[in-house]
Write a protein that binds this ligand. Structure first.
Ligand SMILES: Cc1ncc(COP(=O)(O)O)c(C=O)c1O
Length: 457
């Protein structure tokens, strides 16, 4: 085999991918079908991003909670650049060395008995759709699914149907709705059934969910899809005892429990959520975001006794991309070698405790939620009314970014009476490589930005 001849000089290619004019930006704004920001990130290193004006930011969003092993991770860069020189694409049915090694490695860390794996290059939505298909294969005749209020599972038609009331979903409402119903998520800070404290709670929301399923579904129920710790819906961990009881009930009623762990893998300080939930396991789980080491990837993991797909049921043109497998393989090994799970638990606990201390002093902090570096702070106008403080959140985020160079995220758990969403959660989800110094800096900026934003109220 001989190398193809290069057509371009290095400088020509570098010019394409590194230089930008205002005119380029304006033209593309007009031509794009989807909106985007004016800020162009051009480089990342560890927890920092640099934009086209040269400004640097500590990014507590890891860009859609994805770059868990740091931006432009140098080991990923090496693996991908070596693989790209060898082979960049094969048809889905063909294994490659990175694919074989990736699946092997992943299967060695999955929860016990969950060792059947399908991988795609399209991300979480596709992984969740694969989980639904797999459920239907294994439960012939059962086609009804339940998912949770405040849930989010992607932007494909099927996953939008499974999602809750997020902007955009409603325009596609009629599609698939006869197959999917919603049950209430156990959001303890704003309990859906009016419980006020944990001690008196008898999991009434679970009783309501069971009632809705038992009496409300017209067809045989195939499965329940849930984010065990909701991300986009407001950083809400389901209580551990809820999960235990739900698992018991779904087992008894022969209903599949499908988890969407898209945001959770490693971010919560464990590989898989079942470790956090004291061993409770789903039948199928879905991953995306961090698992690809920064490249696109979605993964569906199932109980080893389940029947798999035939070759027509689950495949896509780019689904076996060797670059993504090389990158994902580095991700799995990097987390272990750098002890990132331990660092995540340590830094997560440190930040959370400091925020809880700050909550004692500030009436505006209603709730601080974790685990690990999946930290959500719910801001309210006062603790009594719990009125969502969304302008406070918007201002805080703007101040932190513009004045202090720290990017915080946000999400929206509550619908207003008019149907729009309150964005009153500040999210702190940096790459898991953060140091103690970074954590202190994040806390310092959060406190200062909150103080300033309160002045604007
Ligand atoms: C919890 C959750 N599930 C699913 C998805 C969809 O993943 P993707 O955008 O890769 O399709 C996301 C993406 O934000 C998510 O946060």
């Amino acid at each position: 085999m001989e190398n193809q001849k290069r057509l371009f000089k290095d400088e020509e290619i570098l010019e394409w991918i590194t230089s930008l004019t205002e005119e380029d930006l304006e033209t593309v704004h007009k031509k794009s079908l989807v909106p985007f920001y004016d800020q162009v990130f051009v480089e990342g290193k560890g927890v920092y991003l640099k934009d086209h004006t040269g400004k640097e930011f500590l990014d507590c969003t890891s860009q859609a909670w994805t770059s868990n092993i740091g931006f432009a991770n140098p080991d990923v860069a090496y693996a991908v650049s070596e693989q790209v020189k060898r082979l960049t694409h094969v048809r889905y049915g063909f294994p490659t060395i990175p694919r074989i090694k990736f699946i092997h490695k992943l299967a060695s860390i999955t929860p016990e008995g969950m060792t059947k794996i399908a991988v795609n290059a399209m991300g979480g939505g596709a992984a969740i759709e694969a989980a639904l298909k797999l459920t239907m294969i294994n439960k012939p005749g059962a086609e009804t699914f339940y998912s949770y209020t405040r849930g989010y599972h992607g932007s494909s038609l099927a996953t939008m149907t499974l999602a809750s009331r997020f902007a955009g979903v409603t325009r596609f409402r009629p599609w698939g709705f006869d197959r999917v119903s919603k049950i209430p998520f156990p959001y303890c800070y704003r309990c859906p059934v009016g419980q006020e404290n944990e001690k008196s709670c008898k999991l009434e929301c679970l009783e309501l969910a069971k009632h809705l399923i038992e009496y409300g579904s017209l067809d045989k129920v195939a499965g329940i899809l849930m984010e065990p710790i909701q991300g986009p819906g407001g950083h809400i961990p389901a209580p551990k005892r809820y999960m235990k009881e739900l698992r018991k009930w779904t087992d008894k009623n022969n209903i599949f429990l499908i988890w969407d762990e898209s945001q959770l893998l490693t971010r919560i300080g464990y590989w898989f959520s079942s470790e956090y939930f004291d061993g409770v396991k789903p039948d199928i789980t879905c991953l995306t975001k961090a698992i690809g080491g920064g490249l696109p990837m979605g993964v569906t993991i199932a109980r080893k006794d389940l029947i798999g797909f035939n070759s027509a049921e689950e495949h896509s043109t780019f689904g076996a991309n060797p670059l993504m497998f090389a990158s994902g393989l580095v991700f799995l090994n990097y987390v272990e070698r750098a002890n990132l799970l331990e660092n995540t638990r340590k830094q997560g606990m440190y930040i959370t405790k400091k925020l809880q201390k700050l909550m004692e002093e500030s009436e505006y902090i209603g709730d601080v939620r974790c685990p690990g570096l999946m930290i959500g702070i719910e801001l309210v106008m006062d603790r009594e009314s719990k009125k969502p403080a969304n302008t406070l959140v918007t201002d805080l985020i703007e101040i932190a970014k513009d004045e202090f160079g720290v990017i915080f995220g946000t999400s929206a758990p509550i619908s207003s009476d008019s149907g729009s969403l309150y964005r009153n959660i500040v999210k702190i989800k940096p790459p898991l490589t953060i140091t103690q110094e970074d954590s202190d800096h994040i806390l310092d900026v959060f406190e200062k930005a909150l103080e300033e934003a309160v002045d604007y109220l």
